[in-house]
Design a protein around this ligand. Structure first.
Ligand SMILES: C[S@@+](CC[C@H](N)C(=O)[O-])C[C@H]1O[C@@H](n2cnc3c(N)ncnc32)[C@H](O)[C@@H]1O
Length: 309
């Protein structure tokens, strides 16, 4: 299988995770296995990685790429929100490091049939986990106008959300909107040319993809208590690709690093919270200019990391 995803910010990930022998890691977004390969290379001869991905094509590609590491890789098809149960099932419970590299892989974007790209004509799909029945076709053709508008506005930060939602509704009353090309054409007619050369349908496609895959809900649910997955001194690195994801990561990491969650000016602490983690990146790290030049898809990446106390 041709799986050409180039892993982003590898040097930074390895510097922060500091993989080593006799240690165990969780890669919650295994993808093509690029980051996992580096973690395994740096944790020889016996470091191990549990790799999760909900996309069967990603798992197959990672299995092929990481074959040489034998039993040092344990791969499972799963949502990363299930990490705690899976770690428990395989008898690891807690790990020395956790990595999430969010979003799409290049494979998703480049694959003709998955329906993620407005540049390739395909049925409206956008599911990363194809066991799921809900897809972009259902969303676009059945959601009430008010929900469509909210999704486009909240997840795509699309200024023309209302006009696009109304245009979708008018179109689907004549016949269902079936393909990426139909939707991209419809949005382009509503929005016209965008400044800065971005395609007029970029924001719409991002919004639908986030909604179909429940990306923010999954991330929020994972981040609720993910510090519990780490051994003391263990580190977590999260790479996000848009501001909505980054905000969730920033908020969770800040919360974990606080001594108390009581409202400001409370005289006596009543929350019972104590600090879970130390911030390793008070500001997010960004890819270097050289990396962006070599791999333009790295451009929006923001990396944040914490250490369990
Ligand atoms: C950017 S790619 C990861 C690339 C990987 N780090 C590499 O080096 O090849 C993101 C992967 O995470 C997976 N993914 C996204 N959200 C997920 C979730 N909630 N649970 C499991 N996998 C998820 C996607 O299917 C995709 O394969």
């Amino acid at each position: 299988m041709d799986y050409r995803h180039v892993p982003v910010m590898v040097k930074e990930v390895i510097e922060l995770l500091r993989p080593g022998a006799h240690k165990r890691y969780l890669d919650g977004t295994l993808g093509g296995g690029g980051h996992a390969a580096e973690v395994l290379n740096h944790s020889g001869p016996d470091g191990q990685v549990l790799g999760l991905d909900w996309d069967e094509e990603a798992l197959a590609a990672a299995g092929e790429r990481l074959n040489a590491f034998g039993e040092r890789l344990v791969a499972r098809r799963a949502n990363f929100t299930e990490a705690k149960e899976i770690l428990h099932d395989i008898g690891w419970d807690r790990v020395h490091g956790v990595l999430l590299d969010l979003g799409l892989s290049s494979r998703h974007i480049e694959s003709g049939e998955r329906g993620f790209s407005f540049q390739l004509t395909a049925r409206l799909d956008m599911r990363m986990d194809r066991r799921q029945t809900f897809d972009a076709y259902r969303l676009v053709n059945t959601y009430p106008v008010s929900d469509l508008r909210r999704i486009l506005s909240d997840y795509g930060e699309e200024p023309a959300a209302r006009r696009i939602a109304l245009a979708i509704d008018a179109a689907r009353k004549r016949k269902p909107v079936e393909t990426t090309a139909e939707l991209a054409g419809l949005v382009a007619r509503v929005v016209g040319k965008r400044r800065g050369g971005i395609h007029p349908a970029t924001r719409t496609f991002q919004a639908l993809r986030i909604a179909v895959n429940r990306e923010l809900e999954n991330l929020e649910s994972f981040l609720h208590d993910a510090y519990e997955l780490l051994l003391p001194g263990g580190r977590m690195v999260v790479i996000s690709f848009h501001s909505l994801e980054d905000r969730l990561v920033k908020t969770a990491f800040r919360r974990w690093s606080k001594d108390c969650l009581c409202p400001p000016k409370t005289l006596f602490c009543r929350c019972g919270w104590n600090r879970k983690a130390r911030l390793l990146t008070p500001r997010p790290l960004r890819p270097s200019r050289e990396e962006i030049q070599a791999n333009p898809r790295a451009r929006p990446a923001k990396l944040r990391a914490v250490e369990r106390v």
